[in-house]
Every structure is written in structure tokens, then in C-alpha cells.
Write a protein that binds this ligand. Sequence first.
Ligand SMILES: *Cc1c(COP(=O)(O)O)cnc(C)c1O
Length: 393
Amino acid sequence: MTYNINEKGYYGEFGGAYIPEMLYPNVEELRLKYLEVMAEPDFQTEFKALLKNYVGRPSPLYFAKRLSEKYNTKIYLKREDLNHTGAHKINNTIGQILMAQRLGKKRIIAETGAGQHGVATATVCALMGLECIVYMGEIDIARQAPNVARMQMLGAKVIPASSGSKTLKDATNEAIRDWINNPVDTHYIIGSVVGPHPYPDMVARFQAIVSEEIKWQLQEQEGNPNPDYVIACVGGGSNAAGAYYHFLEDTNVKLIAVEAAGKGVNSGESAATSSLGKIGIIHGSKTLLMQSKDGQITEPYSISAGLDYPGVGPLHAHLFQSGRAEFIAITDDEAMEAGLELCQLEGIIPAIETAHALAIFKEKPFQPNDIVVLSLSGRGDKDLSTYNNYFNI
Ligand SMILES: *Cc1c(COP(=O)(O)O)cnc(C)c1O
């Protein structure tokens, strides 16, 4: 069993490129070139230099002493929250902007839901002086105003998607339409390990810097590069893919994926894709997604905008189906309590997405000698008003 992609772009039975005919030339150009471009020494040098000097990598691997004492195990937090722009998403957008430049593209498009990926894309476009257009659902524009302001300040044009449910799915449709109409000069930066092949693999490779660092950091601190567990929250699955990447084939390292159960897995208001999903096609790839009996995609729900996605990337569908990773669903309430607990025990305000992963310690007991690494995917500044309203602080 391998957990990496095969030459056709599949993880097991998941993945592939299910795209309209008119998108074929764009996706095919990327498919033919991405590995070659990423292997160029110049590319690697520039990518690594920007991660170091612009993003602030390596991010610390922090032994959380008080959290560890509370749960009687050894917990390390991989501090992606300390990256420039406050989350792991910048690792991918830096990689993709360099890819776009190598492919001679002058114009960047992206879709965004909560606005986090839009901000990370607008940031790298400003950095490189490239035109940036971000599609965003009309409803999301209204409820994520601070991120819209950030994107605009960074010089991006935010275009409202006003069809359908006016959220992420509709923004994605608009971005795809734009790409079809601008096949020559435009690169589409997708924000997670989703979309048609080669996106899931390309994004996973850019995020793989996370587990590359975990290995040498654990070697330094524990004398062994491998933990017993790696834990991450999963929306589309990019922070998890990065944290798992260099451990995928080593089955002594157990992987745990945490999904958003919203108000409860069976409440009708949830984003627990592995429990509720069936095989289907979303955003150009075959994966597990939440759908009605006649195959219509179900609107997901989670208190955290970043986990509010009706599918998972094909890598994660494969990790679920093969049993390589254990999937656990955490409710809004459990996540909010875990977020507050991290503030009080460690002085770190996590993103609500990340707080879902942190809630695992109340769900699942670990052994005192277990080394548990948790991907602290982002910081909670963007979520302060949600925390405040929830706890009446
Ligand atoms: C976007 C986001 C996520 C979810 O995206 P993945 O692709 O599943 O990683 C998780 N945490 C934070 C902080 C995010 O911004």
C-alpha cells in the first residue's frame, strides 16, 4: 500500500482530473510541468529563501508543558500560527506564485470562503507585483469584512459571486469560468489539497515543509525524528497533508484527522465529511463529499469558516478508506472549550479550526510516553469576536 499519488493522479481510487473540456489545456500544462519546475535548483533556492526570510520559517516545534501535564502525555505544537499572515496557507501560496512566474503567468486568480486563502494569495501577489483577482461569495463578503479589507489593501480585486448559495462553491465556479476565459496568461491558485490533479499533490508538496521540519526538530528535542502521533484538523486537508507528508509511509507514526461535527454529526448541521460523505466529484476530483440521495452537494456547517467545506482532498479520502488515518469529528462546543483551554494553559489563542484538533485530548487518551505532535495551523486573532460572543467575555 502506498499513500502517495500514482502517475495518473490518484490516491487509491480518489483524485484524478474531472474537468470540463475547455479547462484541459490549463490543467494539462500544469500537470506536465509542475514536478520539473519544483525540481529546479533555482526554484528550490528561491522557495526556501522566501520561507525563511519572508514567512519566518522554520516555525517552532514547541513542547507544551502545561497542556502535556494536564493530559498526561507529551504534546508538541507545530507553530504554523507564527507564520506571516497567521497560518499555514502562505507556504502554498509562496510555492504557487513561484510556479506561476516560471510558467510565464502575469495574472493570478483565486477563490476564497472565509478569506484566509484570499489574503495569503493577495499577499504573495503584492510581493511579486502580479495582478490578483479573488472570487468570493456575496454572503462571505458580508460576513468576513476584515479579510475583504485586507485583500483590498494588498491590492487585490475582490469580485462577488452572486449565484447559487453565494458562498465558496459559487466563488469556485466563477474562478473556473475566469480560468477558461483566460487560458494563456492566468494561473489559478487553489488553497488546499483539493481540485483536479496535479493540485492536490502540488499543494501537499509545498506544505510538506511542515513535516520536514518536524523531523529534525523532534530529532533535536527527543533524539528521534518520529512521533507516535501526528494530529491535524481537516477542512480541505492542506495543513494535515503538510504535517503528515514525510510520515505517510511509516505506519509506526499514527495519523489522526479531526473534522468539524458542527452541532453534531447527525444534526444536519455538520461538516464531518468522512462520516457523512459518499464518493462523488467536487472541484474536479473524485473524493468523499456530503451529498443528498440524488447527488446534490449538501451545504456544510461549522462554527469555523475554514472547516466549512463539503468534501475532503483525495489524499484524505484515501487515508480514511484505507484506515491509515483515524478520523474523529469534534463539535463546535468541544472546539470552543479546547480553544479557550489553550489560551489559559499555554498563552496561545488558536484559530477555531485548530481548536478542533486540540479537542482531541478530551476524546482520546494517550500514554504518558507517547510523543504527540499537533499542527497548530493558525492563530485566533481573526476569531476573537466569535470567541467573545460564545463565552460572553
Ligand atoms: C484554512 C484553514 C484550515 C483548513 O484548511 P486545510 O486545507 O484543511 O488545512 C485550517 N486551519 C486554519 C488556521 C486555516 O486558515
